[in-house]
Design a protein around this ligand. Structure first.
Ligand code: MG
Length: 389
């Protein structure tokens, strides 16, 4: 591994895990790995991670093999995040762990599924996918004999909890995790976490252009309304004169990822002047990993375009309504008749609220798109899904 910069997270200086692991019978049994390598590997081997392959990124249960899903999105985030982490002398393993796990708490059908669970839990504290990432990794996904959860290090849990920055008013799920293992929620997280967070944006800003074009919901002509895309397109055409447009889309997108990554590294290096340790990072009181003001504005305009034209496209909204119906229908079914849940979930069903509703939401939030559709069809009834499912 390359030498870590003074502002990096160090596995030997980790604040540790909630449950003490080293016992005479398991010390050193599973390969020469440090704490953050172990965290990344636990995430990759988890059921929650495998389920990401059938969870919506933008397109719900897509028929097309070439669309992103949460799994391939997370791999692209990890690729971008590792590039930036290495350039800045950060810990790549921690960065990769954070990138791979950042979307594990998403329910089926992406934000539509989240909205439906939020509504179903309205009287019971609501639902938030980021809080649910912590809940999934600390309470629900339990592959080990002695404790619930993956028993990840403080630094990995902290980075996931603060994926969107410091938190002053945590929802119930995150508050429970924080009560068990205090994560210093009100302060900025490590640079590794800040890198994973912005790599998430760089990944989807760009791959959603590709998927939107592939789905026929966006056109190149429309995209050229966005200044950063128009400039990139002019450069690509100048570099490859006479090449057919469809052969240049990939080049447009990879060049745009490269421009964002280079801007991010340059701007972040300048913000890191005077930062001599991770304690300085946490005490800075602001985000140290970010775009230059020019790129931030370019990226804001791109996102605004994508919301208006792709994420809120009439076909996407129609699919979202159908998805909300599936999640709401399953929640109502299990609430009225817990015998419809599979054995283990049925047996552990709490009697009282809010635990009862939250338990049902745990079960539904863990579902993949296709499992939710299958359960709905088997237990509730037929459902007409718009094209794209
Ligand atoms: Mg993401």
């Amino acid at each position: 591994m390359t030498t870590l910069a003074p502002w990096a997270s160090h596995p030997e200086r980790s604040f540790g895990r909630l449950h003490q692991e080293r016992t005479p019978d398991d010390a050193g049994l599973r390969g020469p790995r440090d704490a953050f390598q172990r965290d990344r590997d636990r995430i990759i081997h988890s059921i929650s991670f495998r389920r990401l392959r059938h969870k919506t990124q933008v397109f719900m249960a897509p028929d097309g093999d070439h669309f992103r899903v949460r799994l391939t999105h997370s791999l692209e985030v990890a690729q971008i995040a590792r590039t930036v982490a290495r350039a800045l002398g950060l810990n790549e393993d921690l960065t990769e762990a954070l990138a791979l796990a950042h979307d594990i708490g998403h329910p089926p059908f992406g934000h539509a599924g989240e909205d439906a669970l939020e509504a179903a839990l309205a009287g019971q504290g609501g639902f938030d996918h980021n809080g649910n990432t912590l809940r999934a990794l600390m309470k629900i996904d339990s592959p080990y004999p002695r404790w619930d959860g993956l028993n990840l290090t403080w630094e990995t849990l902290e980075g996931l909890a603060k994926h969107n920055g410091p938190i002053t008013a945590p929802g119930w799920a995150l508050a429970e995790c924080d009560a068990a293992f205090p994560l210093d929620l009100a302060r900025w997280p490590s640079l590794e976490a800040q890198v994973a967070a912005i790599a998430d944006d760089i990944a989807y800003d760009n791959h959603d252009i590709d998927d939107g074009l592939r789905a026929g919901l966006l056109t190149l002509e429309q995209l050229l309304e966005v200044p950063v895309v128009a400039r990139g397109w002019a450069q690509v055409q100048a570099r490859f004169p006479g090449v057919a447009h469809h052969r240049l889309i990939g080049e447009l997108i990879r060049s745009q990822i490269g421009a964002m990554v280079n801007d991010l590294i340059g701007e972040t290096r300048s913000r890191l002047q005077g930062i001599g340790s991770i304690a300085d990072v946490r005490a800075a009181g602001r985000c140290l990993v970010g775009f230059s003001p020019e790129m931030r504005e370019d990226e804001r305009l791109l996102k605004r375009f994508m919301y208006a034209n792709l994420y809120h496209h009439p076909r996407q909204l129609q699919a979202a309504r159908a998805a909300e119906g599936i999640v709401a229908g399953l929640f109502a079914l299990y609430h009225a008749d817990p015998t419809q849940m599979p054995g283990d979930w049925r047996e552990r069903m709490p009697e009282d609220e809010p635990a009862r509703s939250r338990h049902i939401a745990d079960f539904i939030a863990g579902m993949t798109d296709r499992y939710a559709i299958a359960r709905y069809r088997a237990s509730v009834g037929p459902i007409d899904l718009p094209e794209g499912f």
